[in-house]
Design a protein around this ligand. Structure first.
Ligand SMILES: [Zn+2]
Length: 123
């Protein structure tokens, strides 16, 4: 799956988990209160069931929260020897270090690729 899709899924599912967790927690509290008020063992069973649901929702939420979405981006640096102009750009296929890259926008001198490296991006 793509980087953007994963990030979008994470952003969409985190609040869903959170809302469900709060809803089930309220439900569990309700069952516990009802059990103490009525003494009906059926409420205790429901409270136990909702406690399990809370556990599963919480672990799901935690796993989603800790999910690291990373991608590597290739970057190149073009610079001008004459005036020191320096710019970081997205890597273009076929580029290599010392490759001429046209004229400097500041002084008109020759630009060249001086570095190519990858960056790790994380969401
Ligand atoms: Zn220059």
């Amino acid at each position: 799956m793509s980087f953007e899709k994963l990030a979008e899924m994470k952003a969409r599912w985190l609040p869903v988990y959170l809302v469900l967790l709060i809803a089930v927690a309220l439900l569990a509290a309700h069952f516990v209160i009802m059990y103490f008020l009525t003494g009906n063992a059926g409420y205790a069973n429901l409270a136990l069931l909702s406690a399990f649901a809370i556990y599963f929702l919480y672990t799901g939420l935690d796993r989603l929260r800790k999910l690291k979405i990373t991608r590597t981006r290739l970057v190149e640096v073009v610079s001008c020897d004459a005036c020191g102009f320096r710019e970081e750009r997205d890597f273009e296929a076929g580029d290599y270090v010392f490759k001429p890259k046209g004229a400097c926008p500041k002084c008109g001198g020759p630009l060249a690729v001086t570095a190519v490296y990858s960056l790790k991006e994380q969401l």
